[in-house]
Design a binder for this molecule. Sequence first.
Ligand SMILES: *Cc1c(COP(=O)(O)O)cnc(C)c1O
Length: 388
Amino acid sequence: MEIRYNEKLKKLPPYLFIEIDRKKKEAMDRGADIISLGVGDPDMPTPEHIIKSMQEAVAKPANHQYPFGAGSLSYRKAVADWYKNRFNVDLNTDEICALIGSKEGVGHIHLGFVNPGDVVLIPEPGYPVYNTGAIFTDGVPYFMPLLEKNGFLPDLDAIPEDIAKKAKLIFVNYPNNPTAAVAPKEFYIKLIEFAKKNNIIVAADAAYSEIYYDENDKPSSFLKFPGAKEVGVEFHSLSKTYNMTGWRIGWVCGNKNIVAGIAKVKDNYDSGVFQAVQEAAVTALSSSQRCVEDARKIYKERRGALVEGLKKLGWEVNLPKASFYVWAKVPKGYTSSQAVSKLLDDAAIVCTPGNGMGKSGEGYVRFALTVGVPRIKEALERISKIEW
Ligand SMILES: *Cc1c(COP(=O)(O)O)cnc(C)c1O
């Protein structure tokens, strides 16, 4: 029998890292000592107190049954308390739904709201899942370029009126992956106005809200601004904040009817997050946040080492205010893919080509700060020997 995939699977964008993966494998086969700055996955372990909480939670028989779809009341209360502390935003428990990692919610929100032919406004370069959800629901993606001259913010005025009228959902993601940009207050105010005027649901992806470098200039929540809760929701994740990418837990919060739509999709698809993981997440959110401060300090040292080092080598690169990414312009005369290939072939360094995350990423590469300072220094040393 010939196995034929559905048309939507065929529509998924081609996997742009095939060539890099092939080269990476080749380099590994020849025994190269690869420095991987490619994947946005923290290298540090989950803090001990969270692991201990999980160990206790997993032994409780009550946690072995199906969880409650939207998340346990104690998880949602812990989220509400954390939110109040961090952003001074009030949330009721019916404005919060637990997610199996925020990727799950970001990918499933379309199922709750997008009908075939509805436009989905998607930033590019950006996290690929926003588009995947649009493809799976027969939505029509409209890509909003994130350009350096606009501070890597989408230009809402440049969206044609007929597109805005047909749009059902707009994604924004600050602190941004991959550009590391942070959105100012004015942007959110304009976004809320735009969403209200055109009846568009705002999906703000805040996976990196806690990876910031200036205590006096922390990234804001979209929900902090007047009218936000009328038009949208915000996605959060424990993955990057507590080094818990493998655990799969996050949440969506904000407009209660939008949250209910996502919860309804989830009720019919999955049965929520393993309760033991929710218990461990309560521990993470409600204990001392020292571990997060420590992680920020580590990322800050790495950021300093990489950015200063690249600048000394003549690279054009901005000091990121948040996220654990460094978005750097490739050396003159190179495309993103060519630069990534050269870094891999000549220096055994893996990084992400900017164009792999959207065409406006052409001319950039993304380095993830997910190795220690000594390895970053080694990477810089190797880069300094490349003949461009
Ligand atoms: C890592 C990441 C997420 C989600 O992570 P989960 O592990 O699914 O919670 C969401 N958005 C962006 C932009 C990310 O980089």
